[in-house]
Design a protein. Structure first.
Ligand code: HDL
Ligand code: ZN
Length: 420
């Protein structure tokens, strides 16, 4: 064991260890390179990320339809001009583009877009995947894989050689958000389901979950939920959770990842996938759901800042609950610092501090560096507090804590895989 560090050595040691720690990124919208074009990468995909589209429209009188009629390059040009040339990239998402380009060693400035595009045009996707994962120091990541996605499903049905760095998660939102639509798709996939929740329908939904969890080798089952959902109610959501998802998770030993707080209907449909809103959640129902199923493991990330303290209290009550990440509208420095410090002070090292939610591969080159700087700052303060209280803080202790927060605790939380 290394000797305890003098107080002034703690912050630099934390900074070095956080900067150098390989990350397991437990929630992304990236895809295995073998899945082809749905794995997004490159400057034009970065610039047309829905966060930036939404921010650009704040500065434009352009009719939305005119923007959507443009091709990807034209959209990216407009966003670059609007958010990077006519204004400084101060927001988290615009600053992220700068960070990622800088980490790739590219000169960044208002007039640099043509040269940046030429650099990307020379890159090969497979090599770029290795380059980004290496520079971002991401040892593995978890995708968001939906059998209900007509673009993604055929590749899984054909099968492909997996890249072991790209783990899978079974995303099943339509089962909860739009049961009639899900029934139609399940029937087309060969499952004998009907709109009524008969014993056969529920058994067939469980078979669907088992088939796809096996096909994906999924680490967990995942769904987002509206702020209005309050377990238990008389809706289809509760029936599907209680009669299909929980029995499946219990039988197959997979965690159920809950993501409450997203409004199901777009609050501005003109922005397309950038049009979602958020709301504060009544977490009391989730306390019941998690507390009444101690033999099921739950991952939880909630979209509203106002909910974060209660999530920490829930984490203290239920050992089958693993809070994770600073999700979506929370992924901003001012909130990340607050959430991470509160979690450390209430949960110790028993949570996953961040996930990238990256949709474009290049985003790993900003979401992780931005978090590492903040995480190091907060973690150093906590280890200094521990040292001031008299505990011998060593480099080994810090390295173990950093590993826990960046994927190690998630791996410890995952139940051992069950046969079959
Ligand atoms: O539901 C989710 O997983 C969210 O992360 C959405 O995909 C959202 O559009 C997003 O990309 N957030 O970062
Ligand atoms: Zn996501």
């Amino acid at each position: 064991m290394t000797s305890s560090l003098p107080l002034p050595q703690i912050a630099p040691t934390v900074a070095r260890l956080v900067a150098g720690a390989p990350v397991l990124d437990i929630h992304t919208h990236l895809y295995d390179p073998a899945q082809g074009e749905i794995l997004l990468w490159g400057i034009d995909e970065q610039l047309t990320y829905h966060y930036l589209v939404a921010e650009a429209f704040r500065c434009l009188d352009l009719p939305y339809a005119r923007f959507w009629a443009m091709n990807k390059t034209e959209q990216a040009d407009l966003i670059w001009r609007t958010l990077f040339v006519e204004r400084a990239p101060v927001s988290e998402a615009t600053r992220g583009v700068v960070t990622s380009l800088n980490l790739l060693g590219l000169d960044v400035g208002p007039g640099e877009l043509p040269r940046i595009r030429r650099w990307f045009a020379e890159q090969k996707r497979e090599r770029f995947v290795d380059l980004v994962l290496e520079k971002a120091n991401v040892r593995a990541l978890v995708m968001t894989n939906s059998p209900f996605d007509d673009l993604e499903r055929p590749g899984w049905e054909r099968g492909f050689a997996r890249d072991s760095r790209f783990k899978a998660a079974l995303r099943i939102d339509p089962l909860l958000h739009d049961w009639p639509q899900a029934v139609g798709q399940l029937q087309q996939m060969g499952y004998a389901v009907s709109l009524d929740f008969t014993a056969q329908t529920l058994s067939e939904v469980r078979r669907f979950l088992a088939d796809w969890a096996r096909r994906l080798d999924a680490l967990y089952v995942m769904a987002s939920l509206p702020p209005s959902y309050a377990y238990p109610d008389v809706s289809a959501v509760t029936t599907v959770i209680e009669k299909a998802i929980l029995p499946f998770c219990r039988e197959h030993g997979l965690p159920f990842a809950l993501m409450p707080g997203v409004k199901p209907r777009l609050i501005n449909p003109e922005l397309r996938i950038g049009g979602h809103g958020m709301g504060r959640v009544d977490l009391d129902g989730y306390e019941r759901l998690i507390g009444e199923n101690p033999d099921v493991k739950f991952l939880l990330t909630v979209l509203s800042r106002e909910n974060q303290h209660q999530v920490c209290v829930m984490g203290r009550k239920f050992r089958n609950l693993h809070p994770f990440g600073c999700w979506w509208f929370l992924n901003n420095p001012v909130i990340i610092e607050d959430m991470t410090r509160m979690r450390l002070e209430m949960l110790g090292l028993t949570f996953t501090a961040q996930h990238s939610d990256a949709r474009v591969l290049d985003q790993l080159l900003y979401k992780w560096p931005h978090f590492r700087a903040l995480g190091a700052k907060v973690l150093a303060a906590k280890y200094e507090d521990t040292a001031r209280s008299g505990w011998p803080v060593t480099e080994t202790i810090i390295a173990e804590g950093v590993h826990a927060l960046l994927g190690g605790e998630f791996e410890r939380f995952l139940p051992p895989p069950k046969a079959g």
